[in-house]
Design a protein around this ligand. Structure first.
Ligand code: ZN
Length: 94
């Protein structure tokens, strides 16, 4: 991934690298990079990179949002489905 760093790197407190699982080694910084537009042209866009200083992990925020757009929601907020007992609403048998 080629980009020009425009901001200073900031550590994300408590973040764990998805690749090497190291805690507090993940930084985020603003970049400018060229992405391909819908017209197949290269356009300069603001992006944000999440990177690990402990391994070679890099994650583009633009690519991440584009990927999660297809599934229609953020992948971090997975709500567990609670299966309620159907007989609980009419529990007046005691
Ligand atoms: Zn890592």
């Amino acid at each position: 991934m080629e980009y020009t760093t425009v901001g200073s790197k900031r550590f994300i407190a408590g973040a764990v690298c998805p690749q090497c699982k190291a805690a507090d080694k993940t930084v985020t910084f603003a970049v400018k990079r060229f992405i391909q537009s819908q017209e197949q042209e290269l356009v300069e866009a603001d992006d944000e990179i999440m990177a690990c200083v402990s391994c070679c992990f890099e994650q583009s925020k633009l690519e991440l949002s584009a990927a999660s757009h297809n599934t229609g929601g953020s992948q971090d907020d997975v709500m567990p489905i609670k299966i309620r007992d159907a007989t609980k609403s009419t529990s007046s048998t005691s």
